[in-house]
Ligand binder design. Structure first.
Ligand SMILES: [Zn+2]
Length: 53
């Protein structure tokens, strides 16, 4: 699976971890799904603690 990455400086998309133009480290333009699930998991934990206290 190819992961598209983005250079903020050059405003171009690349598949490499570093921008081929300026050499800066690229970022993924969209947050990965598992981080969103992690947020929901944290909310669930909070709800559980809320019920206990
Ligand atoms: Zn760049």
């Amino acid at each position: 699976m190819k992961v598209l990455r983005y250079c903020k400086k050059c405003k171009i998309y690349t598949l490499k971890l570093r921008c081929p133009k300026c050499g800066a480290s690229t970022v993924s333009p969209h947050p990965p799904k598992f981080s969103i699930e992690d947020k929901y998991a944290r909310y669930r934990r909070k709800e559980k603690f809320g019920n206990l206290s």
